[in-house]
Design a protein around this ligand. Sequence first.
Ligand SMILES: C[S@@+](CC[C@H](N)C(=O)[O-])C[C@H]1O[C@@H](n2cnc3c(N)ncnc32)[C@H](O)[C@@H]1O
Length: 162
Amino acid sequence: MGQSVLDVGCGCAHLYALLASGVNPSVAYYLGVDDSPVMLAFCGEAFPEGRFQFADIYTLSSVGTFDTVCCLSVLLHLPDPWDKPIRELWDRTKKALVFNTLIDDANPRVEHMEDDLIYNVATESQVLEAAGRLPKVAKVESWATNADGSKGRELIFVRCLR
Ligand SMILES: C[S@@+](CC[C@H](N)C(=O)[O-])C[C@H]1O[C@@H](n2cnc3c(N)ncnc32)[C@H](O)[C@@H]1O
């Protein structure tokens, strides 16, 4: 039986497009959720065969549970990413939760942009401590890159395993 994936804050469905290209044939079921009707309309038009629906990261209980939950470049836009949203993601996770967010150990900060957009830049320890607080987490793995994927420490990826 194939793996199921929940993509929280799916945006323009980059992850769906990657999976649809066959990069991981073990994935049999994908659901993308977002709280932006604009993003969801885009996803529906671009990928009519895909499954996309409205959901807020703070209230995910109606979407069920999935083998893998991904939340990419979403927590960095939340004012309070470090417990409730990560716990909400974890409660949907049967096997593995993967998320990323911005880090800057020397200068953690919240930057306020136009249109109420924020960038919440954390320290690595804030992120890893939040992951470590998840109930019954068997293993927390992490790796850092620059935002453009090059070698560096702007973005931390975290994988939490049950
Ligand atoms: C920077 S985009 C990332 C999109 C995609 N995950 C990617 O990596 O390409 C952030 C996405 O998170 C969504 N988002 C922000 N706050 C959210 C919330 N509270 N619940 C669900 N989605 C949210 C936004 O609408 C947007 O589509």
